[in-house]
Design a protein around this ligand. Structure first.
Ligand SMILES: [Zn+2]
Length: 302
């Protein structure tokens, strides 16, 4: 009895749930991502409405056609995220929490400091993951499916090739295992990451002073819009996910481009036929074109 009470206390100290499994009391990580799931669709709908009312960039293509293509590609991506990525990440998180793995528990025993360190490391590691997706030709083939959308709005936010989502599970497993930290932190990061992904892809025109203020901390629509430009040196900038600091720290921040100057997409894949569901899904498996040269021979890589 005394031993059980001591164990229960230890579980509570580690922010874990005490559970009796097969007669033994163990500390169990309540690992389900348990933020109210409706927040994400609500944010999506709100941004969709705002970008219709206050658009930042003029669209080149018809919204209805793009919406259908992006909805199908996003549905496939979401399915793989739910079937592969979520179980892998939560399984690893369970082990990490039970065994105190990761860098953040080594840095401090204090749960608040652990959470701050882990939150920052999660975001920094996403910066490197995004950079790798542009730098490594095999990863870029798949990440390119996200970039060839000829316009950028909130419907682009989830439009990733399902294969990219599938192999990102391996990255997520390593990321969670190496960083470690309280499970609540991972839930908080996941929610903020998803919300900011929707926000930065949206075509919402914020008052410039408000956007500049937000951009000191966050990746904003104007900043991420530059990352979706056809110009090589603009695509290869602004890789941060939530905090804009990582681009500032690495010297990869690019802000001095007026939004009216940005041509969204990838020059080598800008034909109307390149943006059908089949073309986007098959594109990584086909012979690759010169990404930075348009069909009229204009080059976007000086
Ligand atoms: Zn990218």
């Amino acid at each position: 009895m005394w031993l059980d009470a001591k164990r229960r206390l230890r579980c509570r100290e580690r922010h874990l749930e005490a559970r009796v499994i097969r007669g033994r009391l163990i500390c169990h990580a309540s690992h389900e991502v348990n933020y109210p799931i409706y927040i994400i669709p609500l944010a999506f709908l709100a941004l969709l409405a705002f970008e219709r009312l206050f658009p930042l960039r003029k669209a080149k293509s018809r919204f209805a056609g793009r919406f259908v293509v992006n909805a199908v590609i996003s549905a496939l991506a979401l399915t793989v995220a739910l079937v592969v990525v979520k179980p892998v990440a939560t399984g690893v998180l369970q082990r990490v929490t039970e065994n105190h793995w990761g860098l953040s528990p080594i840095i401090s025993a204090n749960a608040v400091i652990q959470s701050i360190v882990a939150f920052l490391l999660m975001d920094l590691s996403f910066y490197y993951w995004h950079r790798a997706n542009h730098a490594w030709p095999l990863l870029w083939r798949f990440h390119n499916a996200h970039h060839i959308d000829p316009d950028l709005d909130v419907t682009t936010a989830i439009r990733f090739h399902f294969v990219e989502i599938g192999y990102s599970a391996a990255f997520r497993a390593v990321q969670v295992a190496l960083i470690g930290g309280p499970p609540l932190m991972f839930i908080a990061y996941e929610l903020i990451f998803q919300l900011n992904t929707l926000f930065q892809h949206s075509n919402v025109k914020l008052p410039i002073a408000l956007e500049r203020g937000l951009n000191f901390v966050l990746v904003t629509p104007r900043m991420h819009g530059i990352h979706h430009s056809k110009r090589f040196h603009e695509t290869n900038a602004n890789w941060s996910s939530v905090f804009s600091w990582w681009d500032r720290l690495h010297g990869t921040l690019c802000l001095d481009v007026p939004q009216s100057d940005i041509d969204i997409g990838i020059a080598g894949y800008a034909l109307a036929g390149d943006n059908t569901v089949a073309a986007v899904l098959l594109m990584p498996f086909r012979r690759q074109r010169d990404y930075w040269r348009g069909s009229d021979n204009t080059t976007y890589r000086p």
